[in-house]
Design a protein around this ligand. Structure first.
Ligand code: EPS
Length: 390
């Protein structure tokens, strides 16, 4: 079983991630992990924190001579901002620590602040926001990069692009090559493949900046090269669509998930939305008339491209705050404002890629097993041969 954990506070010493269950012999590129971390930091609309940080992963166990050795991989990513927070978040209490706590007593509507403080019996929300912050996704992207490197050994690639920011929407179909080209760029605006749509998206973010507001959007994650047969229809929790949905919905600020053309399908007759089945005699394989199912039928990959979308609400920290209540005084008060992002759609796409890659790597290992990559590959090759002979 592939499993991962993260730890770390947004302004603590560092972020931590462990990944257990990768077979031995998977090639690991630290530069590849850092490229993913860089991609997560990009985009028009990110906050001031991204100017402070240059996220890089240090692998402290589980990898030797650029290969996994089968034991848990542990990584740390240091917070450069920590030096400004050592007195606010010390591990051991200091004599004058009470005044230095940077209390957050006016919870932000939409943030974990209030529910978290009530639930944990905390007098204010500082420790809640420290962990609820999307800074935690840095660890997930590092883990996702390892999952991607494992998947690459089987010719599987996971990428993303932005299809909507506020009301500005990409209205045309996008090819895989366009998404690949986007992922290789060294400058990221809003992560949209179409310059005209991206310019409209930028106008929406500009407006949010002007008005002290924030804006959400929709990102799309796609995976190419998946074998038919990952996940299973046999039980609710083996269905891969459900597992992907949880992975995407667990990303901060994501409030909805869509697989394939789910929204369109809900409005249409069945004859318009099912992907007809055909057979290519020369190639001896099944083909489809379209891919509205997004590569999943019955919770099983069907060999088509996987398409998963995440629907982001706008970030809940507003420069022009909404009304709230002060936790200490119980008086009506404007919500707290802390440095934050205005739009995170491209970054969320990168995080979505990481989460999808982790789920897919887990599904691959459940199906093909293996304590070494060689063993996983042998099992995989045997299965692919079986599929060809079907
Ligand atoms: C983030 C780092 C955070 C925020 C953002 C995501 O840094 P700071 O709080 O120091 O500005 O910019 O977190 C939130 C959106 C949030 O609601 O907490 C990051 O690394 O992605």
């Amino acid at each position: 079983m592939l499993r991962f954990e993260t730890a770390g506070e947004s302004h603590g010493e560092c972020l931590v991630a462990t990944l257990t269950g990768l077979p031995a012999g998977v090639p690991v590129s630290v530069a590849g992990i850092n490229r993913e971390l860089w991609r997560r930091q990009q985009g028009f609309g990110r906050g001031g924190r991204m100017k402070i940080e240059t996220d890089t992963a240090e692998i402290v166990s589980g990898v030797r001579h650029s290969q996994t050795i089968g034991s848990p991989v542990a990584m740390i990513i240091r917070n450069r901002d920590w030096k400004n927070w050592t007195e606010v978040l010390p591990v051991e209490s200091a004599p004058d620590s009470e005044e230095k706590k940077k209390k957050l007593t006016r919870p932000r509507p939409g943030h974990a602040d209030l529910a978290g403080a009530v639930k944990y019996g905390l007098p204010e929300a500082r420790y809640v926001l420290e962990r609820a912050s999307a800074r935690e996704t840095t660890s997930r992207v590092a883990v996702g990069a390892l999952a991607k490197q494992f998947l690459a050994e089987f010719g599987i690639t996971v990428l993303s692009h932005v299809v909507q920011v506020g009301t500005a929407r990409l209205e045309r179909a996008v090819t895989w090559d366009e998404i690949v080209a986007l992922s290789l760029k060294d400058e990221v605006l809003l992560g949209c493949v179409d310059p005209e749509s991206e310019a409209r998206m930028k106008q929406v973010v500009d407006e949010a900046y002007r008005t002290g507001d924030t804006v959400g959007g929709i990102f799309e994650v796609r995976a190419q090269g998946l074998p038919i047969g990952l996940g299973s229809h046999i039980a609710w929790d083996t269905r891969l669509d459900g597992r992907l949905a949880q992975a995407i919905l667990s990303i901060q600020a994501v409030k909805g998930v869509e697989i394939g053309a789910a929204d369109e399908a809900a409005h249409e007759f069945g004859s318009k939305v099912q992907d007809t089945i055909h057979y290519d005699q020369a190639d001896r394989r099944f083909t489809r008339g379209a891919n509205k199912a997004g590569g999943l039928e019955g919770g099983i990959t069907n060999g088509e491209e996987l398409i998963v979308r995440g629907l982001l609400k706008p970030i809940s920290t507003l420069r022009r705050p909404l009304m709230s209540v002060d936790i200490e005084t119980k008086q009506a008060s404007e919500a707290a404002y802390e440095r934050s992002d205005v739009c995170v759609a491209p970054a969320a796409g990168v995080i979505g890629e990481a989460m999808v890659a982790i789920v897919l790597a887990g599904a691959m290992l459940e199906k093909f097993g293996g304590d070494s990559l060689k063993e996983s590959r042998r099992n995989y090759d045997g299965y692919i041969q079986q599929v060809r002979e079907f």
